[in-house]
Each structure stands twice: as C-alpha cells, then as structure tokens.
Ligand binder design. Structure first.
Ligand code: NAP
Ligand code: GDD
Length: 347
C-alpha cells in the first residue's frame, strides 16, 4: 500500500488531497498541531477511515518532522502547511517566514536525514510573481514577491529546487494560482463574500466590509488543483508547474457575480474599509498552465461563474443546516472528533 504524508491536512487543500489519496487506496498520514483536532472540521468526514493516521507536530519543530517521516517511511510527502494568509503576513512577518519559508526547509531536511527517498511536493504560490513582470505568468516568469508571505514562498520554492539538484530528490513545486471551494478559509476574500451573502439573505448581517476591489485573480476550484499535485509526483522526472485557469477576474466581478446569483445588488451592502487594504498589493494574476496541460494532461474544469455560484450555494446550505442544528440543540461536531483518540497516534 502506498503511503503519503501530508502537512496541512486540516487545511482546504490538505483535506481535499486526503480525500483524493484515500480514494486511490493510499494510507494517508497527516500532520496536525496539538490544538488542531478541535478545529479539524474539514476532515471530520474521514474520522472512521482506518487508512487515515494523524500525527501531532508543527512545521517549526524539526525533530518532530524527522521522527514522523522516519517512522512512517512515506512514498510521497506533500508540504501544504503554511501561514497562508497574505494580509496577515504583513503583521506577522517573522512567524510567516518561520512557518511558510523555514518550514519547507525543515521538511526537506527531515526527509534527507531520515534516509528514505519519498517524492516531495512543495506548495508554491502565484504570490511569488507579485508585481508581475509579464502576463500571463508561466514557470519562466521571474519572481517579484510583494509580501512577507510571497518572499517566504519564494524561499521554499528555491529550497525545493536546490534539494532536487543537490540531493537528487524527486522534488516538485506546484506554482498554484488562487483556488477556492466551500472549504476555503473564511478570511480569504471569496469565502468571506459567499459566507456574508448567506448571512445577508438570512437577515443576520447587513453589510460586508472589504478592501481593494480592483485586484485581479485567476481563481480555480481546489479539488481539481490537488489532482495536479498528485500528477506531478507520478512523473518520472520532478519539475515546476504553473496550475491556473488562464482567466482573470477582479474582486469586484466576484462580488457582483455572487450577489447577482441570489438576486441582490451588491452596491447596497458592500463598504470599503481601509483596514483590509494591504501595504503592497498584487494587482494582476493570470497563469499560463500550458506545461501542466502538455506534461501532466491536467486541465481546469470549473470556470469562474460556476465556481462563484457553487460557493454561494454551499454557504446558503451550510447556514440553513447550522440554523436547523442550533434549533435542535445538536452538540458541536468537532467535540465528537476529539472523542476518537484511536485516530491520533502521538509520535
Ligand atoms: P489553509 O487552508 O490555510 O491551510 C493551511 C494548513 O497549514 C492548515 O492545515 C494549518 O493547520 C497548517 N499550519 C499552519 N501553521 C502550521 C504550523 N506551524 N505547523 C503545522 N501546520 C501548520 O491553506 P490552503 O488554502 O489549503 O493552501 C495549502 C497550501 O498551498 C499553503 O501552503 C498555501 O500557502 C499554498 N497555496 C494556496 C493557494 C490557494 O489559493 N489556496 C494558492 C497557492 C499556494 P491548522 O488547521 O492547525 O491551522
Ligand atoms: N482577504 C481579503 N479580505 N482580501 C481582500 C479583501 C478582504 O476583505 N478585500 C479585498 N481583498 C483582496 C486582497 O487585497 C487581494 O488582492 C484579493 O482580494 C485576494 O485576497 P485573498 O483571498 O486573501 O487571497 P490572496 O490572493 O491574497 O492569497 C491567496 O492566494 C495565493 C495564491 O495567489 C492565498 O490562498 C495564498 O495562500 C495563496 O498563495
């Protein structure tokens, strides 16, 4: 049985990747922080799967990473954990560099020291292109990061390239453009918007405060993007790949499409709050994924309007369920998850 180790398994991508690999018959090992199980709602549905094993640890704890990798002897390692919020990275640059940048190095070094030779995936980011020098951006576009997060990701990216070249590690880097889903963190703009719309429709919220509406992003659907990660590790040769839709839309267009889907005029609800405007912004992201199409046979399937609508619908349904649950006084799902200690093996 193939074994995979995923850091960031409790995040959006980690949870979809776990679903994907378990469906393929893998034994999946995941890293969770000590406080994570109580917030691990994205992998709740996997709690009874005997092929899922969670390990306590942190990307800042090199010894824990070494011990887990040495014990698990994985065939594939996916480094998805990060302080992944760009805005927050301006307030917390040291922490972001430590987790998002140095964390990647610690995983690479733990692999090397453990003596096993797994294939390695690094979650690189289109944020590395920052103040873009060309459009669309491809694997050949130079980086110009615009945030501590972008700089930390560039460090992790180049460390991955270096371990590939100096240690002959099968190490690949996915330069993923923004990808969203109903499991997206609520502090990212897409989910913030779709969640607010559900609450506005239900009369529970009356306005939505946002920052820069002019920024343009290339937004895709997360479950399709984790498939690209796996495809990279199935190739004979490691490499770097841009994963994107090739379409770009402004935050304003996202807002308008989302409100329109439920028959509301966004102008009546959206207010601009300067606290959400970043010191330096990435104005335009649009990716050229032709290498991924050619080498991996990967194609995005969900287009912008469908993505917006499915996220709005999911938040409307989730709120309806939440209201129904609170009416019936059902206890919190996360408490049940913590009550399954056999899932968590302390290493
Ligand atoms: P996410 O939802 O924010 O998940 C981040 C994960 O990292 C969570 O599981 C979190 O655990 C974990 N984590 C944070 N700090 C940690 C630490 N010190 N030690 C161990 N784990 C830690 O991110 P995502 O959207 O799934 O993205 C996955 C990866 O791809 C990230 O590296 C992100 O930077 C990168 N990326 C994302 C996108 C995108 O559009 N989504 C695009 C390009 C690249 P807790 O649950 O305990 O908080
Ligand atoms: N979060 C947030 N909140 N962003 C806002 C808001 C707001 O209230 N108002 C406007 N924005 C703008 C941001 O300034 C940015 O230009 C855009 O919306 C998208 O912001 P996010 O959804 O926070 O994503 P991001 O593009 O900064 O970063 C995401 O994508 C990267 C890949 O390009 C994250 O997932 C990163 O981890 C990822 O690497």
């Amino acid at each position: 049985m193939r074994r995979a180790f995923i850091t960031g398994i409790t995040g959006q991508d980690g949870s979809y990747l776990a679903d994907f690999l378990l469906a393929k018959g893998y034994e999946v090992h995941g890293l969770t922080r000590t406080e994570s199980p109580a917030r691990a709602d994205r992998i709740q549905h996997l709690r009874d799967n005997p092929r899922l094993v969670l390990h306590f640890g942190d990307l800042c704890d090199a010894m824990a990473l070494y011990r887990i990798i040495h014990k698990v002897q994985p065939h594939e390692v996916y480094n998805l954990a990060a302080q992944s919020h760009v805005g927050l990275s301006f307030d917390s640059p040291d922490h972001t560099a430590n987790v998002t940048g140095m964390g990647a190095l610690r995983v690479l070094e733990a692999i090397t020291q453990s003596g096993c030779k797994p294939r390695f995936y690094q979650a690189s980011s289109s944020e590395m292109f920052g103040k873009v020098v060309e459009a669309p951006q491809s694997e050949r576009t130079p980086f110009y990061p615009r945030s501590p997060y972008g700089v930390a990701k560039a460090f992790g990216h180049w460390m991955t390239v270096n371990y590939r070249e100096s240690h002959s590690l099968h190490a690949s880097s996915g330069i993923l453009f923004n990808h969203e889903s109903p499991r997206r963190g609520e502090a990212f703009v897409t989910r913030k918007i779709t969640k607010a719309i559900a609450r506005i429709k239900a009369g529970m919220q009356h306005s939505l405060a946002l920052g820069n509406l002019d920024a343009r992003r290339d937004w895709g659907f997360a479950p399709e993007y984790v498939e690209a990660m796996w495809l990279m590790l199935q190739q004979d040769q490691p490499g770097d790949y841009v994963i994107a839709t090739g379409e770009t839309h402004s935050v304003r267009e996202f807002v308008a499409t989302a409100f329109d889907h439920v028959g509301l005029d966004w102008h009546a609800f959206v207010v601009i709050d300067p606290k959400f405007i970043r010191p330096t912004e990435v104005d335009l992201l649009v990716g050229d994924a032709s290498k991924a199409r050619r080498v991996l046979g990967w194609e995005p399937r969900t287009r912008f309007v469908d993505l917006v609508r499915l996220m709005v619908d999911a938040d409307m349904d989730a709120l309806e369920e939440e209201v129904a649950r609170s009416q019936w006084g059902e206890s919190c799902r996360t408490e049940k998850f913590v009550e399954q200690p056999q899932l968590v093996s302390q290493v």
